[in-house]
Design a protein around this ligand. Structure first.
Ligand code: SF4
Length: 216
């Protein structure tokens, strides 16, 4: 069996590829067009998702070879589909049990914001004290446009946008840094988008189609 890419470097960060699963099929997602490759990293896990222990072992090995500025849960897939493994990693780091990773290591999550909907609980609040930053791919101020861009599974088509907004509000109340992101060239009203981000308590961030370690 070929070796899976569990962590990979991008910029000054170390990115964690927790899962290939996602409840969306965004128009801008390059997973398929790029055949699961990200700048030479094959992010196809082949269904064998890594455990928290494997992530921590790989991240610790990378840290020992050269420290990085942040640990980012991103990859080709939605990291909160593995929220329990994500939080287990973060708890181990914060408690100092994941040496050589430092307890104060900056932890970021790049997400589509559907975690509260998928899990039926306030996942954003559970990140309090564990996650430093979330970047939520909100993309638009308009619910119909959200459904057209994000192409969620049918069960989230009607109320997914509201659930993403709810996630951002909760994250903004719990975490030090929350960005609402939008891909630049999707025909979005950027002024309205920025206003909505501010209303939700997030900083707006417009980004190129792909610039952030993988796809969100
Ligand atoms: S861009 Fe992210 S949220 Fe959208 S389909 Fe790809 S993995 Fe899912």
């Amino acid at each position: 069996m070929k070796e899976r890419t569990i962590v990979y470097r991008h910029g000054n960060g170390l990115y964690v590829n927790l899962t290939n699963r996602c409840p969306n099929s965004c128009v801008f997602c390059v997973r398929n067009a790029w055949k699961m490759d990200y700048h030479g990293h094959d992010l196809n896990l082949g269904g064998a998702e890594p455990s928290a222990a494997e992530v921590l072992r790989e991240a610790g090995r990378e840290w020992a070879s050269a420290p990085f500025s942040e640990l980012v849960f991103c990859g080709y897939g939605e990291p909160t589909m593995r929220v329990d493994a994500l939080l287990e990693c973060a708890r181990a780091i914060r408690s100092g049990a994941a040496a050589p990773l430092p307890a104060g290591l900056r932890i970021r999550v790049n997400t589509n914001g559907l975690a509260n909907a998928v899990w039926g609980r306030d996942v954003a609040a559970e990140m309090k004290g564990l996650v430093d930053s979330v970047h939520v791919s909100l993309n638009t101020p308009d619910p119909a446009q959200w459904a057209a861009i994000m192409r969620p599974e049918e069960r989230w088509a009607a109320n997914g946008f509201e659930k993403v907004k709810e996630f951002i509000r909760s994250a903004a109340a719990s975490l030090p840094e929350v960005y609402a992101t939008a891909v630049e060239d999707n025909g979005v009203d950027t002024e309205k988008f920025k206003a909505l981000a501010a209303e939700l308590g997030a900083k707006p961030r417009l980004r190129p189609r792909l610039d952030d370690g993988a796809d969100k």
